[in-house]
Design a protein around this ligand. Structure first.
Ligand code: PMP
Length: 434
């Protein structure tokens, strides 16, 4: 009898399954770098990194050591009641690194999750502008709380039977070039997706918009990178109307796209940046970093999170950031990502089920379709490819608005040999499904 079946039985009995119909049948016992081992001794190449979290690799020794050494001194005393050295230090580090519009210095609120960082961003934007409306993108994802679901552009996640959601939210067409909502092809499209934000403001809002919130690469929506000019055009329009720009770097931050922050690809400085996932290589902490003047907007009592800015996680985050910068992890991710995508594009030439290969750095999406012309989403096939990969020792994600996008988001420390092995497993799975 496998050890795993006993644990799966217990989990199915006692855990609330809230995300997928069935959890992947992998019972993880330990992991390091880009390798995961299960309780029965099987080894997997991890190309999902705990949903794009362990960017520096599983259990990076420097990060783990920093957390241990902090835990021996202080685990919790509440950052919002007392001053704690590592927490102040981390806020200072983020002020130096996160691209934020002036005036400075940027200030940070720490929470525990991506949703919590975005909740803070939405509340602060309202408090600062004294307006309440928001604009978000169709296909976006910003979290599972009622506030963040309200600005999430996916009906599959924002179902009616858990609503109603916040009023005053308008959705703009996404910069989804493969399925351009305007039927155009980049770069001859005049960036209508960006320019149409003006129409959303003019026709869909009451002109009381506090902020526009967007991911630089839509993650859960199907790994959809905005075209290079997108955010410059959007920011100009927002500035005209006095609307703040909130950039959700929860999934794209900390080297994932080949730069420390994905918005650096676009040459604009947001008013607010939210971060989580990759910030501490797996330790739970999130951050909402904002323009200095916006950071003064909260009054006493407006916002708090008991566990937010936990010192152990803050120490892990500092170590994580130090290693990333010292070892040029973002730059290396850019090179590995380019190689990965080049090889995937070669597969696209051979297998008609691959409709689109896209991404930035090591945030890569492979959209599967039944028909290259009609682009009919190959949903069951995507699930089957993911399952076959797992059976052959490779963990990938599948997602996107329709569920037909393979998600490849490994720890950024994945080796070239592991990438080659992952590609050959992926090809064998795609070949079988075809
Ligand atoms: N924003 C983005 C862009 C995300 O990808 C996610 C998580 N997938 C979130 C917010 C929510 O993060 P969390 O699950 O930590 O609340």
């Amino acid at each position: 009898m496998f050890k795993s079946s006993e644990i799966i039985g217990k989990a199915e009995k006692y855990l609330i399954t809230s995300m997928v119909k069935k959890i992947e049948p992998v019972v993880i016992s330990e992991a390091s770098g880009a390798l995961i081992r299960d309780v029965d001794g099987r080894e997997y190449i991890d190309c999902f990194a705990g949903i794009s979290v362990v960017n520096l690799g599983h259990c990076h020794p420097e990060v783990v050591e920093a957390a241990f050494s902090q835990a021996r001194k202080l685990v919790h005393a509440c950052t919002y009641v007392y001053y704690i050295p590592v927490v102040a230090e981390l806020a200072e580090r983020l002020a130096q690194l996160v691209p934020i519009a002036p005036p400075g210095p940027p200030k940070t609120f720490f929470g525990n999750s991506g949703a919590e960082a975005n909740e803070c961003a939405l509340k602060l934007a309202r408090k600062f502008t004294k307006k309440y409306e928001f604009i978000a993108l169709m296909c976006s994802f910003h979290g599972r709380t009622l506030g963040t679901l309200s600005v999430t552009g996916q009906s599959g996640r924002r179902r009616y039977d858990m609503g109603p959601y916040l009023p005053g939210v308008s959705f703009a067409f996404p910069p989804y070039c493969y399925r351009c909502p305007f039927g155009r092809a980049y770069p001859d499209c005049d960036l209508l997706c960006a320019r149409s934000i003006r129409d959303v403001i003019e026709y869909s809002t009451g002109k009381g918009v506090a902020a526009f919130i967007a991911e630089p690469v839509l993650g859960e929506g199907g790994i959809i990178p905005a075209p290079p000019e997108y955010f410059k055009i959007v920011k100009e329009i927002l500035d005209e109307y006095g609307i703040l720009l909130i950039i959700d770097e929860v999934q794209t931050g900390f080297g994932r796209t080949g730069k420390l922050f994905a918005i650096e690809h676009y040459g604009v400085k947001p008013d607010i940046v939210t971060m989580a996932k990759g910030i501490a290589d797996g330790f739970p902490i999130s951050a909402c970093t904002v323009r200095g003047d916006i950071g003064e907007a909260f009054e006493p009592g407006d916002h708090l999170s008991t566990f937010g800015g936990n010192p152990v996680s803050a120490a892990a985050a500092l170590a994580n950031i130090n290693v990333m910068l010292r070892e040029g992890i973002s730059e290396k991710a850019a090179v590995k990502g380019e190689y990965f995508m080049k090889r995937l594009n070669e597969l696209k030439e051979r297998y008609r089920i691959i409709g689109d290969v896209r991404g930035k750095g090591l945030m890569i999406g492979v959209e599967l379709v039944r028909d290259q012309v009609k682009k009919t989403p190959a949903v069951d096939e995507a699930g089957r490819v993911r399952d076959l990969c797992r059976e052959r020792g490779l963990l990938i994600g599948s997602g996107g608005v329709k569920g037909n996008v393979l998600r490849i988001q490994p720890p950024l420390v994945i080796t070239m040999e592991q990438i080659d092995k992952a590609l050959s497993i992926l090809e064998s799975a795609i070949r079988e499904v075809c």
